[in-house]
Design a binder for this molecule. Structure first.
Ligand SMILES: Nc1ncnc2c1ncn2[C@@H]1O[C@H](COP(=O)(O)O)[C@@H](OP(=O)(O)O)[C@H]1O
Ligand SMILES: [Mg+2]
Length: 294
């Protein structure tokens, strides 16, 4: 499943790159977010979604797959998997685990940072696949199509990415949304003081990678990732799985674990950290309901 997830992220990424390079994006709005921003979609999102969905669906017909973009019921594409498992995965994952198909939920984000994609800010764009078992994130893949970099990890399995050696817990550099920010800057400065550096960036995948030891030159580094507005599970599940596999945490702002079954969205904001006392960070954050910062 990890091998198929990596392949799906890479193949989806090929579509994302091809559409961007053609300069014909067919940009549309799917509607508005709760905060009134355009919820955008392009041919890059749709074509990537189709490739990623059918690769996973053909290889694993019995698992629930939740994708950001709509898949037409009349479209019965079959995309075969060649059953090749890359060497690095074989080397890292010594003991595969079997789970019943009914316990699995797959979350596909065919193009994270669509807003930035339309602005041609390529470094923020990722494709992501996440596999949850009984709602718990287990496998995560984040792929950067314009750098051809892929990070993957499996909880209690292995990974091709690791944490950095140092994180600044006192005055952290905090990566936040540049296009769905809400009151995140105020919350961050109120919690950690005015010395704290805020790094606005696109994409939830990009922001999780900012916390890790990623060789890609276009990747900024941060110590924490905070989000305060509504967000969808395909945006965050892969990052959550990778952080968890590496000993980090992604929770709501009040420290609750996120369950990756059922509804598509989460209301309680996000706090992502690694090699820090996550619960102590949660205690430091203001209660957003009370302060009206939600
Ligand atoms: N308030 C909100 N409502 C809906 N989607 C949101 C959101 N805040 C963030 N997202 C989605 O989460 C992803 C990361 O957001 P950001 O770049 O602002 O940090 C983007 O996904 P997509 O690009 O896949 O749509 C964005 O659309
Ligand atoms: Mg998307």
């Amino acid at each position: 499943m990890l091998a198929v997830s990596v392949l799906a992220a890479v193949r989806g990424g090929d579509e994302v790159r091809r559409v961007r390079e053609s300069n014909v994006l067919h940009e549309k709005s799917k509607g508005k977010t709760r905060e009134g921003a355009d919820d955008k979609m392009t041919s890059g999102d749709v074509l990537s979604n189709r490739k990623m969905f059918y690769l996973l669906k053909t290889a694993f017909p019995n698992v629930q797959i939740n994708t950001e973009e709509h898949v037409d019921a009349s479209d019965q594409e079959i995309i075969l998997w060649d059953h090749k498992i890359p060497e690095d995965i074989l080397k890292e994952i010594a003991t595969p685990k079997e789970v019943p198909a009914e316990s699995v939920t797959v979350w596909i984000d065919p193009l994270d940072a669509t807003q930035e994609y339309t602005e041609d800010l390529r470094k923020y764009v990722t494709t992501m696949v996440c596999v949850a078992v009984n709602g718990k994130p287990v496998l995560g893949v984040i792929h950067k199509p314009f750098s051809e970099y892929t990070a993957w990890a499996m909880v209690d399995g292995g990974s091709n990415v690791k944490a950095r050696t140092y994180y600044n817990e006192k005055t952290p550099r905090i990566v936040v949304s540049r296009s769905h920010s809400g009151m995140v800057k105020q919350v961050a400065l109120q919690t950690f003081g005015n010395q704290t550096t805020i790094i606005p960036a696109g994409g939830a995948g990009y922001k999780v990678l900012a916390l890790l030891d990623v060789p890609d030159k276009s990747q900024e580094k941060a110590d924490l990732y905070i989000h305060v507005t509504y967000i969808k599970k395909w945006d965050i599940c892969a990052g959550n799985a990778i952080l968890k596999a590496l000993g980090g945490h992604m929770t709501t702002l009040s420290g609750e674990e996120i369950s990756y079954t059922g509804s598509d969205g989460i209301e309680g904001g996000l706090l992502a950290s690694i090699r820090m006392n996550h619960q102590a960070l949660v205690r430091k954050l203001p209660d957003l309901e009370k302060t009206g910062h939600k």
